[in-house]
Ligand binder design. Structure first.
Ligand code: 13P
Length: 255
């Protein structure tokens, strides 16, 4: 049984004080639920203070990016060893990084290897653009991105990562994919995993949906058998909407 994950990607929002406040508010609203994995991905400067404050709360923490090298002359970058002990997960290949900061399938693959080598868990993001979607290239785009990101990984490594399907046209637009479409593409991701690493690995690896996920649609999304959680942007910045998504997911999984 794959444990569902509600991952809040706070993107470039929140000061340290705001991050601590949001985490405390969420904890007050949700309390201790062990049914759903609650992952908070704040800006990297907030990881250390959040870690200190959330140690006795049921949160895991994630970084939003990192470099593939361990150290060196890479001004402004953060390396996997720096994240050890502060983060459990690292989001890699988010479409905003691909579109705005030159991330490629090749760098996503290098980062995935580096993160795993330092006992952190990658959340590898894939997703097609509106143009690719309209040209009927969703499946081929997702297949190519998943294959490239996972190139050279062994079965054990693949099971410890998470893949997030985030169609670019659904991110921040209020226009989520339908639960059915999201479920189908997450199913495609699982089929690719099966082809590359066999049924056991495909059955154990979590696949998330992201793109305008919110309290209104999370129930239907989480009903999809191939969807194991959500990567949430805007709706994770408000304690009540994130908490509600955790509660709804807990209900879907306990009912
Ligand atoms: P929104 O939930 O704001 O659409 O963002 C999705 C996302 O990019 C999460 O990584």
């Amino acid at each position: 049984m794959r444990k569902p994950m509600m991952a809040g990607n706070w993107k470039m929002n929140m000061t340290v004080a705001g991050a601590l406040d949001l985490a405390r508010q969420i904890y007050r609203l949700v309390g201790d639920t062990s049914v759903v994995e609650q992952l908070l991905c704040p800006p990297s400067v907030c990881l250390h203070p959040l870690k200190a404050v959330t140690d006795d709360m049921p949160f895991l923490l994630g970084a939003q990016n990192c470099h593939w090298q361990e150290s060196g002359a890479f001004t402004g970058e953060i390396s996997p060893p720096m994240l050890r002990g502060l983060a459990d997960y690292v989001v890699l290949g988010h479409s905003e990084r691909r579109q705005l900061f030159g991330e490629t399938d090749e760098t996503v693959n290098k980062k995935t290897h580096a993160v795993l080598a330092h006992q952190l868990n990658p959340i590898v993001c894939v997703g097609e653009s509106l143009e690719q979607n309209e040209r009927g290239e969703t499946s081929s785009t997702i297949t190519a991105q998943v294959r490239a990101a996972l190139d050279g990984l062994n079965d054990e490594q693949v099971q410890s990562l998470v893949i997030a399907y985030e169609p670019i046209w659904a991110i921040g637009t209020g226009r989520a994919a339908t639960a059915q479409t999201a479920g189908d593409i997450c199913g495609l991701v699982r089929a690719i995993l099966r082809e590359m690493h066999g049924a056991a690995v495909a059955g154990a690896t979590r696949v998330l949906y992201g793109g305008s996920a919110k309290p209104d649609n999370i129930g239907a999304i989480m009903e999809q058998s191939d969807i194991d959680g959500a990567l949430i942007g805007g709706a994770s910045l408000e304690a009540e909407s994130y908490a509600e998504m955790v509660r709804i997911t807990a209900r879907v999984y306990s009912g």
